[in-house]
Design a protein around this ligand. Structure first.
Ligand code: HEM
Length: 468
């Protein structure tokens, strides 16, 4: 078998875990230079075949179901957190139907209703930054605000109103189960996993009680996803989505969106803090679109805020929250255009940050420059020629051959992208109305690669309140 070259290592089983873990991007780039786009490293006994560049991305994202499986890679991590009967606990065709349900629930009509809710939550949240100027933790703020806005919009008022009480603890315990060790090992008897399992049952019951209560009271006028899932969703087989499945889908959405969107918001504000002139440009854009900084934000206005959009895109380019996209290989799998074969039971992974930072695709790739996106779509049209509809609808920029894939591609592509953009752009739009920012001690934070989602190691900023 001609498998891709293996990165040398000293300690059996551990393999390259330590060097890779210290600075993954440096690690992948180093071996890309040495071996090209395909190489294997050993991670705690697993063969991780790293597939880089746009061809490598395409190989991972468009692998056939019979060749490579996301559920086999992710289920030890996700099934105990999300629950049975959803996402990676079901056949891929069922997941496709479930994604379609959620995507339909995130209709433009619903997103339209969410913008004023997010605007209000953000204003209320930041009213607590009430000094003229002070130091604050922008990542902590983003995490608190994202869970508030996501629960208000997606999970419902009942969940939002419980956020400061019992729900926060349940979320905290459930989240404690969402960590790399549970990707690597099946259900270890850790205290955190025990808390995770208890929290899962509590959260599911909490959601199911609300569903029951709404049914008894005849409540049908909500714009949240709970409403959509419990009234409108039926599988092709004719079976309706059960309340338990709806509750599990809601947990999955909460977990899929929370750290991804909150770290993106935090990094975006940190990048802005490092470039204070962008604050005036963002405010000017709002004045151009809305007339003044006092007009309420609307879905139509948010869509037109191109610079706000480009700030988010550029943040996602340099700091894609999900670093590795992983599949388990189900049978020996040749890599097209090479002489390599990936052996069965290895893992293939795409590392988005590597193509996102490649000079071949992005000039001055290490520099944060939101304006680069003005021409990008135009120049990259030809790369978007192979869109496939996997059943949950095609979204823009979905081609697996694009060098920019923060939301993935192919059948497992994110369906939360429109919501994430609306949520993060609205938060930024409100934020720049209220504050100017500078980095604390003039230092841009490094990445913490130890958690599931790449976070800033420190996130202190110096804010100055604006007179409105
Ligand atoms: C899938 C990124 C927000 C729900 C994905 C994938 C990526 C991603 C890279 C592909 C995973 C893979 O192929 O293995 C992001 C980023 C977000 C974000 C960067 C925010 C900035 C959200 C939100 C939701 C969500 C807000 C829910 C409302 C999902 C779902 C999938 C997914 C259901 C499909 C999983 C699958 O089919 O296997 N996301 N996501 N995401 N995401 Fe997101």
């Amino acid at each position: 078998q001609n498998e891709p070259p293996i990165v040398p290592y000293w300690i059996p089983f551990i393999g390259s875990a330590i060097t890779m873990g210290l600075d993954p991007i440096k690690f992948y780039r180093k071996y890309q230079q040495e071996y090209g786009n395909y190489f294997t490293f050993i991670l705690l006994g697993r063969r991780m075949v790293t597939c880089l560049g746009t061809e490598g991305n395409n190989f991972v994202f468009n692998a056939k179901l019979a060749d490579a499986s996301a559920e086999a890679a992710y289920k030890s991590l996700t099934v105990p957190v999300f629950g049975k009967g959803v996402v990676y606990d079901v056949h891929n065709s069922v997941l496709m139907e479930q994604k379609k349900f959620v995507k339909s629930g995130l209709s433009n009509e619903n997103l339209r209703a969410y913008v004023p809710m997010i605007e209000m939550e953000t204003k209320n949240y930041f009213s607590r930054w009430d000094k003229k100027s002070d130091i604050q933790d922008v990542h902590k703020a983003a995490a608190e605000l994202i869970i508030m806005t996501a629960s208000k919009c997606l999970l419902g008022d009942e969940v939002r109103s419980k956020l400061d009480e019992s729900f926060a603890q349940i979320f905290h315990d459930l989240d404690g189960g969402f960590k790399p060790v549970n990707f690597l090992f099946d259900d270890l008897p850790l205290p955190s996993n025990k808390l995770r399992d208890q929290a899962h049952v509590k959260m599911r019951n909490f959601f199911m009680d609300i569903m029951k209560d709404r049914r008894e009271k005849g409540i049908t006028d909500r714009t949240d996803i709970m409403q959509y899932l419990t009234t409108n969703c039926q599988y092709k087989s004719g079976k309706k989505l059960s309340d338990e499945e709806s509750a599990h889908i809601m947990i999955a959405m909460l977990m899929a969106g929370q750290h991804t969107s909150s770290t993106t918001t935090a990094w975006a504000l940190l990048y802005l803090a490092a470039r204070p002139t962008l604050f005036n440009e963002l405010r000017q854009e709002q004045i151009d679109i809305l007339g003044s900084l006092h007009e309420p934000l609307t879905f139509d206005a948010i869509k037109k805020l191109t610079l706000h959009d480009n700030v988010v895109r550029e943040t996602l380019r340099l700091r894609p929250p999900i670093l590795n996209i992983i599949r388990k290989v189900l049978r020996d799998l040749p890599i097209p255009g090479t002489q390599y074969v990936v052996p069965k039971d290895s893992y293939i992974q795409s590392v988005l940050a590597v193509s996102h930072r490649s000079e071949g695709y992005f000039e001055s790739a290490e520099t944060f420059n939101p304006n680069r996106w003005i021409d990008f779509d135009q120049n990259n049209k030809e790369r978007d020629d192979d869109l496939v509809d996997y059943g949950f609808g095609v979204l823009h920029r979905a081609s697996a051959k694009s060098p920019f894939l923060p939301f993935g591609a192919g059948r497992h592509r994110c369906i939360g992208e429109p919501f994430a953009y609306v949520q993060i752009k609205t938060i930024i739009a409100v934020f720049v109305r209220m504050f100017d920012l500078a980095l604390h001690e003039n230092t841009f934070p490094e990445c913490d690669f130890t958690s599931m989602i790449v976070q800033p190691k420190s996130s202190l900023v110096q804010y100055t309140k604006r007179d409105n």
